[in-house]
Write a protein that binds this ligand. Structure first.
Ligand code: BG6
Length: 480
């Protein structure tokens, strides 16, 4: 019998330290950029304003990342629930500021390392393979404030020290790694991914591209280190991928779509997978006013990029995007995180993210045919408001429907010939939203009793999707 997925397929779930651990100031942890981000729908407007300088003002705002869902204290209970769902792997990140509280110390914080010893051991106890993102939207705040974030080349040294510390400590137990979460998101969220806000240079694309270069070099250094430590280790890049359509067959829109694909979907992977800057780099620099002669780039950087490309491509997929360059009446009201216009063929989530399972099949084919490297869907899911029934149950059929259709699209892509390693839906347990800091934007199979104002028991309970996903994994994706 032919099966839809290989027997080694990595089914699991994904989270990020800053969005669930809490304990933001415990056991020597320093502040991270995520700790300075207020909660609420205005989050991006606040951090994107001219005068935002990372000041934490608890009189004015709430900071949901400080408490997260208290996973730091409840990780054993949470991992037991993941194990009950038959997880084969669990993708989580290491909070950089737990290991190097200010980012520029020479020696790590042992208490922080011990926390991840325990977390990893807890996964392994159940046969769950840890998949670690080294840096997921949470660089130490000091690196953003004192050094100006990733535009500063010194960050390479600090990241290298961090990566070397965690790779050395955990490589025997952890085979799968990713260097940076959604590295290509800097056009949209420079604060999260590069530590850049307007007051330290985010408005100037010279800084964004300089920061990218520094991150590419840092990532290759991590790949090199990892391979020296363990020959079968696999280190991936990680991008946010939005399949991008032209709204119609107008060649003007088709060209704009091609350009958007290159700049947004492929620029970072072209460098990190192929090991060299793509042919369209000069055109892109010219468009964004980047002076290549002012970029700090050493000759040995390019050799490093060439010699140490990533082993696989991790990516998040939530939505597709549509491009309309010509119609003055184009509807851009859609709240798609990544911009674009409304696609009349698609429905959107309550947050305006356009739901498109076919777009996932296309994404998988586009990425695989371009690079021929294994792919790993390390985020996917539906952020929705869940209602708790009087008896405590939660009927999240909309989430099951979303995931089912995306898993079917994955199976179609595998039948198309795509090499797909695994699937870790986002926020397998409810956690703080990255774009809005809300708790009410829930993705989990596990409900966490906590509201947007930080009120709740933090009790965990199983949604209807919990048993559904458990069965999906049990049948290796044959029954969805
Ligand atoms: C991705 C991020 O962009 O999407 C996650 O890697 C994030 O950190 C996820 O949480 C979902 O986005 P949001 O804004 O709904 O939390």
């Amino acid at each position: 019998m032919t099966t839809r997925f290989t027997k080694e397929f990595l089914w699991g779930g994904a989270t990020a330290a800053n969005q669930l651990e809490g304990a933001f100031d415990r056991d020597g942890k320093g502040l991270s950029v995520a700790d300075a981000m207020p909660g609420g729908k205005q989050r991006f407007a606040i951090i994107g304003s001219e005068d935002f300088d990372w000041t934490i003002d608890e009189e004015k705002y709430i900071y949901p990342n400080h408490r997260g869902i208290e996973h730091y204290d409840r990780f054993k209970e949470d991992i037991a629930l993941f194990a009950e769902m038959n997880f084969k792997c669990y993708r989580f990140s290491i909070a950089w500021s737990r290991i190097f509280p200010q980012g520029d110390e020479l020696t790590p914080n042992e208490a922080g390392l011990r926390f991840y010893d325990q977390l990893i051991d807890e996964c392994l106890k159940y046969g769950i393979e840890p998949v670690i993102t080294i840096s997921h939207y949470e660089m130490p705040l000091n690196l953003a404030k004192k050094y100006g974030g990733w535009k500063n080349r010194e960050l390479i040294t600090f990241y290298e020290r961090f990566a070397e510390t965690v790779l050395t400590r955990y490589h025997e137990k952890v085979k799968y790694w990713m260097t940076f979460n959604e590295i290509n998101s800097a056009f949209h969220f420079p604060a999260l991914s590069q530590g850049l806000v307007k007051s330290n240079g985010a408005a100037d694309y010279q800084n964004i591209f300089q920061a990218w270069h520094n991150q590419f070099v840092a990532s290759s250094k991590a790949v090199k280190l990892a391979h020296e430590l363990r020959s079968d280790i696999e280190v991936g890049c990680m991008i946010i991928y939005a399949t991008t359509y032209s709204i119609d067959s107008n060649p003007v829109n088709q060209v704009a779509t091609m350009v958007q694909n290159q700049e947004f979907n492929f620029f970072c992977t072209d460098v990190q997978v192929r090991g060299e800057y793509p042919a369209y780099t000069s055109r892109t620099y010219a468009k964004y006013g980047v002076d290549a002669s002012l970029l700090e780039q050493a000759a040995e950087d390019f050799e490093l990029l060439k010699q140490y490309p990533v082993d696989y491509i991790g990516f998040s997929y939530y939505m597709s995007s549509a491009v309309d360059e010509v119609s003055p009446e184009a509807d851009t009201s859609i709240g798609n995180l990544l911009g674009g216009v409304k696609n009349p063929f698609l429905e959107a989530s309550e947050w305006g993210w356009q739901i498109d399972p076919d777009g996932l099949r296309i994404a998988l084919n586009e990425l695989y045919n371009r690079y021929e490297k294994p792919l790993f869907i390390v985020e996917n899911g539906l952020g929705a408001i869940d209602e708790v029934n009087p008896d405590g149950t939660i009927d999240d059929d909309y989430r099951i429907d979303y995931l089912r259709r995306h898993i079917d699209a994955m199976a179609d892509a595998v039948a198309d010939g795509v090499d797909l390693m695994g699937y870790t839906p986002w926020g397998c347990i409810d956690l703080v939203s990255a774009s809005t800091g809300e708790m009410s934007k829930r993705y989990g199979f596990i409900y966490v009793d906590l509201d947007d104002n930080g009120v709740g028991t933090l009790n965990r309970s199983k949604k209807k999707s919990f048993d559904w996903y458990k069965d999906v994994i049990k049948t290796n994706g044959e029954r969805v």
